[in-house]
Every structure is written in structure tokens, then in C-alpha cells.
Design a protein around this ligand. Structure first.
Ligand code: R5P
Length: 289
């Protein structure tokens, strides 16, 4: 098997290849002066099963174009099978027509990725798993909870309470809590569809004197976590850890969360950044053994 790490997943792609003992075929890439993307697969992949790893952040639109170009190039180069791993799938939150006239963005992108020549598709903690129904080829959502729980276990937290900041991400909190044998619960979040303003309401949680781990699929501006953290601190939490699968961390998110009482911020390497201390490489590699 060959692993091709795309321009946005160099570490994760190599990590997956190392675990599998697979050959890495690097990609040459650059931007043209007008902003267009250029990619080149640097070695032959003819007759080989290829796993392409390319996340879609930062610059989601550019990363998506690179992804489509790479799938097309691999098809042209006569790869026997193209297995596409998009660790963080952008546009997944627009999974419904919330307002008349909107595009169902994630469905449009999945159809396009399949049309480009993807034989199998994998992603991690997709915002809504049912979005994968847009594919006709095999498509799978991999849970990061095992890697997250194992990292939290290593932190030696005493009786942690696992909290989802909203009902939508409760399954992540539940999976992590079950693996740790911990209690879990959720807050209620509402977001104004036009202004984007968030408000979080808390049910009573048993946080006093305990570490609370707030889990979410992604952290973008950090507003959701910051709002939840304030309530958790008011409830007397001893320590607040924020952990997400996809650490986008835009527009001062890190400082916003810190200022709201978050002691530690963690993410996985579906997006390779400063807080990405949890690797999902073993979970991806397991799919291709
Ligand atoms: C939305 O439902 C997601 O699960 C996240 O909670 C949300 O996108 C986080 O965004 P932000 O960090 O900007 O509050």
C-alpha cells in the first residue's frame, strides 16, 4: 500500500504510513501568483492501492481543491484504488437547508469528491454522521474518542465530569465518559442563525471540586467552550479542560477560552496545530490493516 500525505496533513499522513509500514509518495505543491493551486504526485502509483490523507483546514476551499486535484491525478496515474481520508471535513455543519435557498454544502462536497474518483471515503468525528449517506461508495466515520480518552487517562484526572456544551455533541461526551468510566452530561446551546451569537444554558452538574472536561467535535471561535466554561467555573469546578477533535481555533479562540477559565486546551491532529497533542494516526491506520 502507498500513503500520499496531502499538503495539509504532512505529519498525520506520515504517522499513518509509519504504523502501516507503507511507502510514502510525497506531493509537490505550490500556489500560482493568482492564487490557483498546483499539485503533483511525485512517483508512480500504477496498480497500487493508495491512501490519500488530506485535511481541509486551514483555508478549507483551497484544501478542497487540492484534494480534488490529487484524486484526479491518482486516477490518471492508474492507482488501483483510491482511499480518501479527510481527517477534518470542512462544511460539515451546513448539513441541512436551515434557511430557504441555502446550499446543503456537505452533500454538494461529498458528491463532488465521489465524482472525482474516490473509491472509499473516511473521516473523523464528522459533525453529523448521517451526512455520509450522500456517498454511494463506502464511506465511514471514525470516532476519535478512544485516542481522546486514552490521553485524558494519562493526565490522571480524579473523578472527571465529562460535559458536552450542547445536545448535538453529547455522543462524543458519552463515548469518552464510557471509556473512562466517568459521569457525563450536557448543556443547552442556542445560536442565532444570522448573527452567529451563542448562548449556553447549564443544567445543574456535579462539578464542585472536580475536574470538568468539556468535549466537542470542533472548536472554532471558542465561544461555545468559553460560555460553558464560565458556567462550570461558577459551579465550582477545580479544573476545566477543553478537548476537541478538530481544533480550528480562529479569531482569538485560544485567549477567549483561557479568559473564561479554561485551564487546558487539547485537540487531535486532524488539524495540525499547537494544541494537537492527541494523534488519530493509529485509529486511521487500523482501517487499512
Ligand atoms: C457546533 O454545533 C459545533 O459542535 C461546535 O460546538 C461549534 O461549531 C463550535 O464553534 P465555536 O467554537 O465558534 O463556538
Amino acid at each position: 500500500m502507498i500513503v500520499v500525505p496531502g499538503p495539509s496533513s504532512p505529519r498525520l499522513g506520515r504517522g499513518v504510513a509509519d504504523i502501516l509500514g507503507a511507502k510514502v509518495v510525497p506531493v509537490e505543491y505550490k500556489n500560482f501568483p493568482d492564487g490557483e493551486s498546483y499539485v503533483r504526485v511525485t512517483e508512480s502509483v500504477k496498480g497500487e492501492a493508495v491512501t490519500l490523507v488530506q485535511t481541509t483546514y486551514p483555508q478549507p476551499d483551497k484544501r478542497l481543491v487540492e484534494l480534488l486535484l490529487l484524486i484526479d491525478a491518482l486516477r490518471d496515474l492508474e492507482a488501483a484504488a483510491i482511499k480518501v481520508v479527510v481527517p477534518y471535513m470542512a462544511y460539515a455543519r451546513q448539513d441541512t437547508r436551515f434557511r430557504e435557498g441555502e446550499a446543503v454544502s456537505i452533500r454538494a462536497l461529498f458528491r463532488t469528491i465521489e465524482g472525482a474518483g474516490c473509491d472509499e471515503f473516511y473521516t473523523i468525528d464528522l459533525h453529523k454522521e448521517s451526512s455520509l449517506e450522500a456517498f454511494r461508495v463506502k464511506a465511514k466515520n471514525i470516532y476519535a474518542s478512544e485516542a481522546i480518552a486514552s490521553h485524558l487517562r494519562g493526565m490522571g484526572l480524579m473523578e472527571p465530569y465529562i460535559l458536552s456544551p450542547d445536545k448535538g455533541a453529547i455522543n462524543i461526551a458519552k463515548r469518552v465518559a464510557d471509556l473512562l468510566g466517568a459521569e457525563y452530561g450536557h448543556f443547552e446551546k442556542t445560536r442565532d442563525r444570522i448573527t452567529g451569537a451563542i448562548s449556553v444554558r447549564g443544567e445543574r452538574i456535579e462539578a464542585k471540586g472536580r475536574p470538568v472536561v468539556i468535549t466537542d467535535d470542533l472548536i472554532s471561535t471558542g465561544g461555545t467552550i468559553a460560555n460553558a466554561a464560565k458556567l462550570v467555573k461558577e459551579a465550582g469546578a477545580e479544573r476545566v479542560v477543553a478537548v476537541c477533535t478538530h481544533p480550528l481555533l480562529v479569531a482569538g479562540a485560544y485567549d477567549r477560552m483561557k479568559a473564561s477559565g479554561v485551564d487546558e486546551i487539547l485537540g487531535t491532529d486532524t488539524i495540525e496545530g499547537d494544541v494537537s497533542r492527541i494523534s488519530v494516526a493509529p485509529l486511521i491506520a487500523r482501517e487499512f490493516r
